[in-house]
Design a protein around this ligand. Sequence first.
Ligand code: MG
Length: 258
Amino acid sequence: MHHNMNRVTIKTPEEIAKMRKAGILLSKVMETVIKAVKPGVTTKQLDKIAYDMIIANGAKPSFLNYHGFPATLCTSVDDEVVHGIPCDRELQDGEILSIDSGLILDGWQSDHAKTVGVGNITDKAKDLIKVTTDCLYRGIDHMVVGARLGDVGAAIQQLAEAHGYGVVRDMCGHGIGKNMHEPPQLPNYGTPGTGMMLKAGMVIAIEPMINLGSWRIKILDDGWTTITADGSLSAHMEHTVAITDEGPIILSRPEDDK
Ligand code: MG
């Protein structure tokens, strides 16, 4: 999605604690939605589950009406990379589904995405999802004070490309706080030792988008749905992460999760 060009904001520990609350709620929403994923369910039904749960918990869906986006979730199936629009089509056994969601609680944003299989998926699809998950956590490991954005991107790129996968170039992770998209942008590729230095109090949504084939993408006529140019499968994983003197803290994980 689009990016605000204001300055990098440094969050206080109190503000990070509020963002953690938003992240806990978002992780619960995501768990609930994922439990409902099965063949025959529509992405619109998943969207309603997320919307109702966010509203019932006193939060606001951040994607809904963002630059005109019409839903609470982005639901991206198979070769759709990101920004798929929930619809009445039933999910089919063997498909993979990226679910991306964001919410605002007490004025603070959280952003989180996961790719899951629908029913039984191929070993190829399983491996893509596993490697994309590993890319996310490998990237997070590098989100430490004094590291540079290029260190994070390079770690993701090296792991993905070692498996022969393509790393989407045109879209990146982003700072997040009171706004969904703040500077800096965090590409999922890069050169170690380059880019902005990470400081305690930065909060960044890291979101590798990894394709089974080429990294190239295109955007459909709806202006949102982004697909792989070669029709290959794509997976997407995202967490909202705070950079602290004690190391990275994943804000969009469940409450009881380490
Ligand atoms: Mg994001």
